[in-house]
Ligand binder design. Structure first.
Ligand code: GDP
Ligand code: IMO
Ligand code: MG
Length: 416
């Protein structure tokens, strides 16, 4: 029995998971997604060509890797089918769990309506329907991909559900689907997805038994985890490594090496606490240099310095064996680089993530900047102050930085 490797985000998402999963996938036989939906946007650049993946695992760009979408994912057939048009010959290379939950257009309608009603207190979701799809799952009124096999039954259940909850749907201004139209829509999904739907739990057990090389691809980031993130400003899934167990039907012993992805600074899209956010020139400079605009929604990302307190929280939660430090090149040319090494809450200095980060003020340590790390492929060739920064981060977060990324390109990657 082999163990699966896993890649997870250590910050607020968009750490560069796609690049590393793609890089590692060159040596993998299977790449598997276990949580989230098309709120994720994983960008991969190969030979200058850019791919944005939302639901399809990032192993798809390696012709030898097979890709699994696990039961923990909420899958929008409409968006998934659209994404598949970028690729050819997917049969036998892509598998979707019959237990993954369906995310249907009305989920996005509910998501957007709820955000509107929240007004200033909005979470700043991607508006894709992720929260409502997971809410339905947990409330036991959701629908699984396997139900597409009988579209009459599924359409009947959905229409009945709308009738039972008509007061809510009317208040949210979401119209009840017409049975025939809904059935037609579901039939279309069924036709496109049928070749991919399978029992991926059995498949996972079999491939691990056959000692295949398996990589589990996390989405979002630890600080967006439903339990351990900055609740309620989080996503609705378990984004940490533990989520891979329930999201794919694995047990903790099935998971081997854990790679945590973190940028050399921090970003966040949407609302909620972000202690090391820089609202001045430095934040703007990071956003411009790092092209920090959402892959999924195009929103400008909030930018700030590396948060070593949040990162060590994430290292512990995920059981990180090594960190991949991304986008180091974005900090090129800064005279000074800061790291948040503690928080001040009610005048007290703390070095852990508290119940609520809302009032946490950052305590910074300042490092000497550097001129150029972009494109460097060997650690020893990095400027001395860059090397010092990396070694200091390792000490602060308690994990080895085994991979360093110095450009979006697959090959501009230092392996230590
Ligand atoms: P993910 O959601 O974690 O997969 O990350 P995203 O794809 O949303 O955002 C990361 C962005 O940074 C993408 O546009 C990548 O192409 C880009 N990127 C990844 N690594 C590097 C790097 O080392 N340097 C620079 N400049 N860009 C990078
Ligand atoms: P990847 O996989 C960054 C954020 C949203 C919002 C909150 C809740 O590309 O790293 P949701 O639509 O999930 O209900 O929104 O979570 N969010 C992400 N931020 N990267 C992501 O995915 C995200 N997925 C969700 O911006 O703040
Ligand atoms: Mg992203």
């Amino acid at each position: 029995m082999s163990q699966a490797q896993i890649v997870v985000g250590l910050q607020w998402g968009d750490e560069g998971k796609g690049k590393i999963v793609d890089h590692m996938a060159q040596r993998q036989e299977y790449v598997c997604r276990f949580a989230g939906g098309h709120n994720a946007g994983h960008t991969i650049v190969v030979d200058g060509k850019k791919f944005a993946l939302h639901l399809v695992p990032s192993g798809i760009l390696n012709p030898n890797a097979k890709n699994i979408v696990g039961n923990g994912v909420v899958l929008s057939p409409k968006d998934f089918i659209k994404e598949l048009t970028q690729f050819d010959n997917l049969e036998g290379r892509l598998f979707v769990s019959d237990k993954a939950h369906l995310l249907l257009p009305y989920h996005a309608g509910i998501d957007q309506a709820l955000e509107r009603l929240k007004g200033k207190g909005a979470i700043g979701t991607t508006g894709k329907g992720i929260g409502p799809a997971y809410s339905d799952k947990v409330a036991r009124v959701g629908h699984r991909i396997g139900e597409l096999l009988d579209t009459v039954k599924l359409a009947t259940k959905i229409v009945n559900y709308f009738e039972q909850n008509s007061v809510i749907f009317e208040a949210l201004d979401i119209t009840k689907p017409n049975f025939d139209e809904l059935k037609n829509e579901l039939d279309g999904y069924k036709q496109e997805l049928l070749p991919f739907i399978t029992d991926t739990t059995q498949m996972m057990w079999q491939i691990l038994k056959e000692e295949k090389k398996v990589l589990l691809e996390g989405a979002q980031g630890t600080m967006l985890d439903i339990d351990h993130g900055t609740y309620p400003y989080v996503t609705s899934s378990t984004t940490i490594s533990a989520g891979a167990c329930s999201g794919l039907g694995l047990n903790p012993k099935d998971i081997g090496k854990v790679t945590g992805i973190a940028k050399a600074y921090c970003t966040r899209v949407g609302n909620g606490p972000f202690p090391s956010e820089d609202l001045g020139n430095n934040g703007n400079k990071i956003r411009e240099r790092g092209h920090e605009f959402g892959t999924t929604t195009g929103r400008p990302r909030r930018c700030g310095w590396f948060d070593a307190v949040a990162a060590s929280h994430a290292v512990r939660l995920n059981g990180v064996d090594q960190i991949a430090l991304m986008k180091l090149d974005v900090l090129d040319g800064f005279e000074e680089v800061k790291v948040c090494v503690a928080y001040e809450v009610d005048g007290k200095r703390i070095d852990y993530v508290p119940y609520d980060l809302e009032d946490a003020k950052p305590v910074y340590k300042t490092f000497q900047g550097w001129q150029k790390s972009e494109g460097v492929r060997e650690f020893d060739k990095l400027p001395q102050s860059t090397q010092d920064y990396i070694v200091a981060l390792e000490e602060m977060v308690g994990a080895k930085i085994g991979i360093i990324s110095t450009s979006p390109d697959r090959d501009d990657t230092i392996i230590r």
